[in-house]
Design a protein around this ligand. Structure first.
Ligand SMILES: [Zn+2]
Length: 413
């Protein structure tokens, strides 16, 4: 019985990574095969040279991703089979369970961070650099890392302490833990734009007065109250372009990446109108509800497995925090197979926001042209594999978005 469970446990974890890698390779072969063509709707903006560049970028990222994922799998297996049981034993006489849990997670996070660090460095300073996106200096990188560590400790320690307390106190803890995690999600939504993002980026008033005036007109038309319009110095880290709307009430802010200011005004307005679409169609609260239900569901079945692991003594674990990690790792690996459902909902929302943008501005032209620029300038993959899209794409492929927008144009006459 116990051995059967260990076999199932390891099989699921390994299969998850293997399936993930299979999808990556399938996507790479599909997108870069000699017969792959530039989609019709992109032909006017995407040259053969752009197309080749996008394929090279994809190849580098996929090969990097495969190595990264295999390394993670090996590290996870070593942790689960050797390091965790060993750490648990070593820490067993070091004070209260809560203190042990904090030490345990600190050591685990540190090793995990050190394993991931070379990959972060390679991704930014080799891959992004090679393809002309990176603008991060080593100094900015170091600062980001330090800030990240400080934030992880400041937030991680109290969260681990409270979560462990709940695990120790209750047999059935899934709903208490769900409340903790959902509260944390809400907390982040509020503090992220106000306190965390400004640690990493500089936010200043948008200095293009004409654009600001046009933005105000669009904001008024949508009826969304946005007290602040900021420019963010994204160009300190990347050349990629974006804009977003975040925060609630008086702290609500529209943030424009300085990198997108090379777009013409109509294009910027169309991207902002898309963001407003998410807001007007209440996508953020909808996603919050979906994510909260998902958290509660995951923790509920984790709780069942947790009791099973404790009762059967499989893996020989004695502590609540280690038992939780095993149960949670298993459930999360299974949840990977539900990812297409969440991404389907997300893609639906993106179409709605695109449609909103086109209706608000009375034209889909500028959004179509900014999507084309995004593909060209961000080297997006013009030909993703259909199954890969179903699995991983939380946005529809640009080609599909453009086609849908062109249909709208036809309908409107
Ligand atoms: Zn969107």
């Amino acid at each position: 019985m116990i051995n059967t469970f260990v076999v199932i446990f390891l099989t699921v974890i390994i299969l998850k990574t293997l399936w993930d890698i299979t999808l990556d390779i399938m996507n790479l072969r599909y997108s870069t095969n000699p017969n792959a063509k530039i989609p019709d709707v992109l032909k006017d903006k995407l040259s053969q040279e752009d197309f080749e560049k996008a394929k090279k970028y994809l190849k580098d990222r996929v090969l990097f991703g495969v190595v990264r994922k295999l390394t993670s799998l090996i590290v996870d297996l070593i942790f689960l089979l050797k390091v965790f049981p060993y750490l648990e034993k070593v820490l067993s006489d070091k004070g209260s369970t809560i203190f042990q849990a904090i030490l345990f997670f600190a050591i685990y996070e540190l090793i995990d961070y050190l394993v991931g660090l070379p990959f972060s460095i390679y991704s930014i300073f080799v891959i992004e650099q090679k393809h002309g996106f990176n603008t991060t200096t080593p100094k900015t990188f170091l600062k980001d890392q330090l800030l990240g560590i400080i934030l992880t400790v400041a937030i991680g320690v109290p969260v681990v302490a409270i979560a462990t307390l709940l695990l120790v106190k209750f047999q059935i803890w899934w709903w208490q833990l769900s409340i903790l995690f959902i509260a944390l999600m809400l907390f982040f939504m509020i503090i992220q734009p106000l306190f965390i993002a400004p640690l990493f980026y500089k936010f200043t008033e948008l200095d293009d007065e004409e654009l600001k005036k046009k933005l105000r007109v669009v904001l008024d038309k949508s009826g969304v109250k946005v007290p602040n319009i900021f420019k963010m110095d994204a160009s300190k880290r990347t050349k990629k372009q974006n804009a977003y709307l975040t925060g609630i009430g008086k702290s609500r802010r529209l943030v424009i990446f300085d990198t997108i200011l090379s777009y013409n005004h109509d294009e910027v307005l169309s991207v902002v109108a898309h963001e407003l679409g998410h807001h007007v169609k209440r996508h953020i609260p909808k996603l919050l509800v979906i994510n909260s239900l998902l958290v509660a569901f995951i923790l509920c079945i984790t709780n069942i497995l947790y009791k099973f692991i404790l009762n059967t003594g499989v893996f020989g674990l004695t502590q609540p925090y280690t038992t939780f990690i095993y149960a949670y790792t298993f459930i999360i690996s299974i949840m990977f197979f539900l990812e297409p459902i969440v991404n389907y909902l997300s893609r639906k929302m993106e179409y709605e926001a695109d449609e909103y943008s086109a209706r608000l501005l009375g034209t889909s032209e500028p959004l179509i042209s900014s999507l084309k620029r995004l593909v060209k300038e961000n080297l997006s993959n013009p030909n993703p594999h259909p199954l890969y899209k179903i699995w991983h794409y939380n946005h529809p492929a640009p080609e599909e978005r453009i086609r849908r927008l062109e249909e709208l144009r036809v309908q409107n006459g």
